[in-house]
Design a protein around this ligand. Structure first.
Ligand code: ZN
Ligand code: ZN
Length: 358
């Protein structure tokens, strides 16, 4: 019986008129055959799956990989081309965003003249965007682990604490609770640094009256979480408070608009139009969100340029923000799963305005 995941690849082969597809992206390898190592290749044809790797990973591959055949190669291109010839493949797709120019040139130069290597992006973008039950459980598990760690260390966010110290405490708390790794460099952007949408934790000391944006997540069972909370340390400037309420309302409007069949660019517009109407249109430069799973950033993308449509069990972030240069900023980020009727938040930290003692 072909797994639903491989069926998606078979459909891709058919739609693109390919004899086979070469996967080398780590997340795709894990998704399609269970391999968790850092280097290998999976060749999928209409009737066969062959996994190839080198001697560092053969034992691991025999334990983990679901494929009809596992082959050890000396050189990747040599091993892959030998299989392509043995299987008589002529049109072979590859991941244009993963393979380097050099890798592709190497495959082409070693292949028989009849072989065509075809760069593929379109069909691949949707491969992992709709999640199955196991994936949803892992993402939700990662999100609740990270949230519990956040609540555990939040009391340390006081005037005089360095952004980097807080980030370190949060990372430790996530690891102690069983996280495999932080999902990305934790963002702790306080006061004026809040205007930097990707202000990775610095040496800046938290000060009374700062709004602090904390964007964090962890990896658990191979899956990631991603959530952003903005909190006040003591009383803040009334305009920043107004900015907070604007971002929160934009987030609420986006969440209310999510359901299967809605264009993702329209969900982006629900949040964006509100922010524009409040006079902060120039202060929200990034897209509303991104897909997430085995990678922190994956398809689909939520922006004005997105051409994807929400489907049941798609997982993506909703993260509107307003950034006022030199003054501060607010971002609120949740992770949602599209349901039959709307959406469900996989992140559970409260998003109402929160003032910490200072
Ligand atoms: Zn984030
Ligand atoms: Zn994000």
């Amino acid at each position: 019986m072909t797994s639903p995941r491989l069926q998606k690849v078979h459909r891709l082969l058919k739609d693109a008129g390919l004899d086979g597809f070469l996967f080398m992206n780590r997340a795709n390898l894990r998704y399609l055959c269970g391999f968790t190592g850092s280097f290998g290749a999976l060749l999928v044809t209409h009737h066969k799956t062959v996994f190839l790797t080198d001697s560092r990973y053969t034992t691991q591959a025999h334990q983990e990989v679901r494929a009809q055949q596992i082959i050890a190669y000396r050189l990747p291109a040599e091993g892959i081309v030998a299989q392509v010839e043995a299987l008589g493949l002529r049109r072979i797709g590859f991941e244009s965003e993963t393979l380097t120019y050099e890798q592709v040139q190497c495959l082409r130069s070693r292949s028989p003249a009849v072989c065509q290597w075809i760069a593929e992006t379109g069909g691949l973008h949707t491969l992992r965007s709709v999640k199955d039950a196991d994936e949803l459980a892992a993402i939700e598990g990662a999100a609740s682990l990270a949230a519990a760690a956040f609540e555990e260390v939040l009391h340390r966010l006081r005037p005089g604490c360095r952004e980097r110290e807080f980030a370190f405490e949060l990372e430790l708390a996530m690891r102690r609770r069983g996280a495999e790794e932080k999902a990305f460099d934790i963002i702790v952007a306080s006061g004026w640094r809040g205007a930097l949408p990707h202000g990775i934790a610095s040496d800046k000391l938290i000060a009374r009256g700062d709004l602090v944006t904390i964007d964090f997540g962890c990896r658990w069972q191979g899956y990631h979480s991603d959530e952003t909370v903005t909190v006040a340390v003591g009383a803040v400037d009334p305009e920043l408070r107004r900015v907070y309420d604007t971002v929160l309302e934009a987030r609420n409007r986006a969440l209310e608009g999510i359901r299967p069949g809605v264009a993702l660019r329209d969900i982006d517009a629900l949040a964006r139009d509100y922010i524009v109407a409040q006079g902060y249109g120039d202060c929200f430069g990034h897209g509303l969100g991104h897909g997430l799973g085995l990678e922190v950033h994956e398809k689909p993308t939520l922006s004005s340029l997105s051409d994807a449509v929400a489907e049941e069990n798609m997982v993506f972030t909703v993260e509107p923000g307003i950034y006022l240069p030199d003054r501060g900023g607010v971002r609120i980020e949740d992770l949602v799963c599209v349901t039959a009727e709307g959406c469900r938040c996989l992140t559970r930290l409260p998003k109402n305005f929160r003032i910490l003692p200072a």
